[in-house]
Ligand binder design. Structure first.
Ligand code: 13P
Ligand code: SF4
Length: 304
C-alpha cells in the first residue's frame, strides 16, 4: 500500500470512528503529517483534556498514551505499538518514594511525565520539561524528590537554590549519551551555529547551550531568532518541524545516536492497523487512573 493510500484510509477511519490523532515531535515525519495535533509532552497532556472524540490515537511512547487515558478515562486510547515504551519511565521505585515520604516531613514528590502511571500515582505533582521550573518554584515544600530524570532535576535545581533537591538516578539514553566532546566537535565544524539543548542532557552539556528547553521551546526559540544555523541536541524527529517552520535556516545534529528507537516504532502501517482494529488499547485500573489523575491535574493547574 502506498503512503497516499494509507493516508486516505486513515482519514476515512478517523471520520467514521470519531477519532483524533495526536503525535509527538519525535515520531516519523509521515506520522506527524497525518496527526490532528503535534506537540511536546505538555501540549499533548493539556490538549488531551480538551479532546471531543470517542477515540484518541496517541502516536508516541506508552507514558504519553497512559497520560491521555488518565485524563480521559471514558475514552478509548490507542497506541499504534504498545511496545513503544520509554525506558526512563521505569527508572524510579514506588518503595523509594514511600521511604522519602517517611524521611522528610516537608516533601513534594515531583514526577516528570516521562514516567509510568504507577509512579505518577504516588507523586504530588507531574511536570514536563516545559513547565518544571515554574511548577517546582511554586511548590510550598522545601524538599523536592524529583523522579525519574536526574538531568532535568539538576537543570531545575541549579535555578532554585532555595529548594533542597533529592535526586533519583534515572536518565534518557538518547540525551544522556550526548557528550561534551561531540558538542564541541559540532561547534568547531559549525562556528556560526547556536546550540539548542533539551534538559534531559547532562549538566555539562546544558552548560554549553545558547538555549535549553523542551522540544516546543527549542522550536519557538529557533523560529523567533535571527540566527541562521543551529546545532540541535535532542531527538532528530524535531528537525522536521524546525525545517518546516524555518526553511531559510540550517540544522545540524550532534551525533547519529540522537534517535529514540521507541518513538520510531510508531509507523503509518501500525497507525492504520490501530485505527482499523481499535487495538492496542491503553488499559489501566480504575484505582490507578484516579490516583495518577490528581498529580496530572495539579500540573495543569500550577502551569497556568
Ligand atoms: P518534550 O516534553 O520536550 O517534548 O520531551 C519529551 C521527551 O520524551 C524528551 O525525551
Ligand atoms: Fe524516553 Fe528518551 Fe525516547 Fe524521550 S527520547 S521517549 S525520554 S527514551
Amino acid at each position: 500500500m502506498t503512503t497516499e493510500q494509507m493516508v486516505s484510509e486513515i482519514e476515512c477511519l478517523k471520520k467514521e470512528k470519531n477519532a483524533v490523532i495526536m503525535a509527538h515531535y519525535y515520531v516519523d515525519d509521515d506520522v506527524q503529517d497525518v496527526a490532528d495535533y503535534i506537540g511536546d509532552s505538555f501540549f499533548l497532556s493539556r490538549k488531551a483534556t480538551e479532546i471531543d472524540a470517542d477515540i484518541i490515537v496517541l502516536c508516541g511512547v506508552r507514558f504519553m498514551g497512559e497520560s491521555a487515558k488518565v485524563l480521559n478515562p471514558d475514552k478509548k486510547v490507542l497506541i499504534p505499538d504498545i511496545g513503544a515504551d520509554c525506558p526512563m519511565a521505569h527508572m524510579a521505585e514506588v518503595d523509594e518514594v514511600a521511604r522519602m515520604r517517611r524521611e522528610y516531613e516537608d516533601l513534594a514528590v515531583v514526577c516528570y511525565v516521562n514516567s509510568t502511571a504507577e509512579l505518577k500515582a504516588v507523586s504530588d505533582v507531574c511536570v514536563t520539561s516545559a513547565n518544571a521550573l515554574k511548577i517546582v518554584s511554586r511548590l510550598p515544600q522545601k524538599n523536592i524528590f524529583f523522579i525519574p530524570d536526574q538531568n532535568l532535576a539538576h537543570y531545575i535545581a541549579d535555578q532554585l537554590p532555595e529548594k533542597h533537591f533529592i535526586f533519583n538516578d534515572g536518565y534518557c539514553h538518547v540525551h544522556h549519551g550526548l557528550t561534551v566532546e561531540q558538542i564541541q566537535r559540532a561547534q568547531r565544524e559549525h562556528p556560526d551555529a547556536q546550540l539548542c539543548v533539551h534538559p534531559e542532557c547532562k549538566p555539562e552539556v546544558t552548560a554549553l547551550a545558547d538555549y535549553v528547553g523542551s522540544t516546543s521551546g527549542i522550536i519557538n526559540y529557533v523560529s523567533n531568532s535571527d540566527v541562521k544555523e543551529f546545532i540541535i541536541a535532542t531527538e532528530v524527529g524535531v528537525m522536521y518541524e524546525l525545517k518546516k517552520k524555518n526553511p531559510d535556516k540550517t540544522f545540524y545534529a550532534v551525533s547519529v545516536m540522537q534517535v529514540c528507537p521507541n518513538m520510531k516504532k510508531i509507523t503509518m502501517e501500525k497507525l492504520l492497523a490501530a485505527l482499523k482494529e481499535e487495538q492496542p488499547e491503553v488499559i489501566l485500573s480504575e484505582d490507578l487512573m484516579v490516583n495518577a489523575k490528581t498529580p496530572m491535574l495539579n500540573m495543569l493547574e500550577l502551569a497556568k
